[in-house]
Write a protein that binds this ligand. Structure first.
Ligand SMILES: [Zn+2]
Length: 209
């Protein structure tokens, strides 16, 4: 098997192993997993499949050298001790959540660093540009940073399917924008509308009720 294992591929192997229960009732669960791994992916056994899957899960993990170093996953923005089993498990769980969400949404929320940059650049553009349209674009960059943080938290919390998309979020964040960006907010409202009563004006997180 030369292609990279995807999240869907491993789910597929697990489902196939379950289906094999009917045709091979005498096999143990681990044997069915082995059989599924061989039949679907041509690997030696499930252990091999799992090993490749681990590689796939960890392909965006940076681990700096030195003792007690903290690894960081660029994909799901998680910091953890890569040599601690419990941390590996927590990363894997979070990473799978992000994989499922990003695959469905076709969008990956920016990491902490990316969001910080969006907010800094956006604030700068909103307050220094002479042109209203550019100021509005700056406000939207700041808003994108908040949106990404809110969506990340929804993915970690397991309620991302209910999270509003960006356009709907902008309308909901208008009460908060009015407290910071008085000069640009009318233009934002004309483009995105306003939705009161969902996100409180002192907050930037959307959360389910
Ligand atoms: Zn990750």
């Amino acid at each position: 098997m030369q292609h990279t294992l995807s999240f869907a591929a491993v789910q597929q192997a697990k489902r196939h192993a379950k289906a094999l229960k009917n045709t091979f009732p005498n096999l143990a669960h681990t044997q069915r997993l082995d059989k599924a791994a061989v039949e679907l992916f041509g690997v030696r056994d499930y252990h091999e499949l799992n090993k490749r899957y681990e590689q796939f899960i960890n392909r965006d993990v940076d681990t700096p050298g030195g003792p007690n170093s903290i690894s960081h996953c660029r994909f799901c923005d998680y910091r953890f001790a890569a040599d601690v089993k419990e941390d590996q498990r927590l990363h894997r769980e979070r990473h799978e959540r992000f994989l499922a969400a990003v695959e469905t949404l076709g969008y990956r929320p920016g990491s902490h660093m990316e969001r910080k940059r969006l907010k800094q650049d956006g604030h700068h553009q909103a307050s220094h540009s002479q042109v209203l349209a550019d100021q509005v674009a700056g406000v939207l960059m700041v808003t994108r940073g908040w949106f990404d943080r809110s969506l990340s938290s929804a993915i970690s919390g397991g309620y991302w399917k209910k999270h509003p998309n960006f356009d709907a979020y902008v309308a909901m964040i208008v009460p908060h924008l009015e407290t910071i960006f008085q000069r640009q907010v009318a233009e934002i409202i004309s483009q995105y509308g306003r939705t009161d009563g969902v996100i409180p004006k002192d907050d930037t997180y959307w959360s389910p009720r």
